[in-house]
Design a protein around this ligand. Structure first.
Ligand SMILES: [Ca+2]
Ligand SMILES: [Ca+2]
Length: 222
């Protein structure tokens, strides 16, 4: 029997004013637009679907009305419900824009879009964040953390589970980047060894690791 460990997603709305009920069609804004910090805007492209159902699959990312990037999520989402962040690099010309991409039935992911001088530099997929940025280690920068997936349990007594590493990202003068030191050390604490940055069912773990995992998620959320 497969059980799933559900992690409570905390939806964080940066630079956005929303109290809307995502199931209430009447509460949709007239235009599928969401303003973010530093002059960035998310604009829905599939407006016919939006007008009919209040959901979107395709977005355009603009900065001061200039199109920077177009994004097709494939799965539908509510514009006001997704996590969206902008982190500015210290040089002032580069930004990391993060947009949550719902990937039902799997756990959602964030699309990290790096932009310098109003041009697209790179895109990455990273886990959604468990909490607001906070200092999770000994250095002075703030960190965020997330996991790729929910746990799945195997065996008659559900005594084994998947390897589901917590990834930590540091917010520094160079934007949002993987904090490899913290990621390796915390996952060694939880799993006894480091088996990489990706979720894996092949790296089977004893279900008892969940105690340490839960304690660390509690610390991240504290
Ligand atoms: Ca750090
Ligand atoms: Ca830190």
């Amino acid at each position: 029997m497969i059980q799933k460990y559900f992690i409570v997603l905390i939806f964080l709305f940066f630079g956005c004013n929303t109290n809307k009920n995502q199931n209430d069609k009447a509460s949709f804004s007239n235009e599928p637009i969401r303003n973010l910090e530093f002059g960035f805007t998310l604009k829905g492209i599939d407006t016919d679907i939006y007008k009919k159902y209040g959901v979107l699959t395709k977005l355009r990312l603009l900065k001061n009305n200039k199109t920077i990037y177009e994004y097709d999520n494939i799965d539908e989402f509510y514009l006001d419900s997704i996590q969206a962040y902008v982190f500015r690099h210290d040089n002032g010309n580069c930004f990391d824009v993060l947009i949550e991409g719902p990937t039902s039935p799997n756990k959602n992911e964030l699309n990290q879009i790096r932009i310098c001088n109003d041009s697209l530099i790179s895109t990455f997929k990273i886990p959604t964040f468990e909490s607001l940025p906070k200092n999770l280690d000994e250095d002075e920068n703030l960190e965020v953390a997330g996991v790729w997936s929910w746990f799945e349990f195997f065996g008659e007594n559900a005594d084994s589970t998947s390897y589901n590493p917590i990834l930590y990202f540091e917010i520094s003068k160079n934007g949002l980047n993987l904090d490899t030191l913290l990621t390796v050390s915390k996952n060694v604490e939880i799993y006894g060894d480091f088996y990489g940055y990706k979720y894996s069912e092949k790296q089977s773990q004893l279900s008892s690791i969940l105690k340490k995992f839960d304690l660390e998620i509690e610390r991240i959320n504290k």
